[in-house]
Design a protein around this ligand. Structure first.
Ligand SMILES: *[C@@H]1O[C@H](CO)[C@@H](O)[C@H](O)[C@H]1NC(C)=O
Length: 175
């Protein structure tokens, strides 16, 4: 009984994970007042390293528009805290930046002296290949008609079974 409940929960969980993987809004730093000079110099990038960013995700920045801003800059400007010619500037206090490609994005504060004190962030967006491995590729016509059907479907159901086992483990862990 407990197992089937865990199984049902995990099916729901997997479904939720898949639906939420489409387009997420991610609050920078995980909280509303995170875009500021950090008390711990690495905390913003530590947060970013623990998160997994995907193409299409939106970063949401909340800060006091009278005191701060967000500059999207090059790697060089990030390293040297050069605020003079950003790729893009955001200063409305509630900035949304869509991560429209894979690879690194560099952000620094536009407030005088803040970048030097550690208010900077690198976000690395995963490449599409590293997201989800397709579990059921469309079979070619040869596979449908020929004798190759049996091993293919065995492999598919093995993978399916593995997914269910993994899913239930995750389910039991969380519920
Ligand atoms: C900042 O960047 C601009 C444009 O790339 C450049 O002209 C300028 O020399 C840089 N300033 C410093 C202090 O590196």
């Amino acid at each position: 009984m407990a197992f089937s409940r865990a199984l049902a929960s995990s099916v729901v969980l997997v479904f939720l994970l898949f639906s939420f993987s489409e387009a997420r809004e991610i609050l920078v730093g995980g909280k509303t007042d995170a875009w500021k000079i950090p008390s711990e110099s690495v905390s913003l990038n530590r947060w970013a390293e623990a998160a997994r960013f995907q193409i299409g995700d939106t970063l949401v920045w909340k800060y006091d528009a009278n005191k701060d801003s967000v500059l999207r800059v090059t790697k060089e400007a990030y390293s040297s805290c050069n605020v003079s010619s950003p790729i893009a500037e955001y200063k409305d206090g509630n900035s949304k930046i869509v991560l429209d490609r894979s690879g690194p994005f560099y952000f620094i504060s536009g407030a005088n002296g803040h970048c030097e004190k550690g208010q900077k962030l690198i976000v690395v967006v995963l490449s599409p290949r590293s997201r989800f491995i397709s579990f059921s590729p469309a079979p070619s016509p040869a596979e449908i008609e020929g004798p190759a059907v049996a091993p293919t479907s065995t492999a598919t159901s093995l993978k399916g079974g593995l997914m269910v086992v993994l899913g239930s483990l995750v389910g039991m862990f969380l519920f």
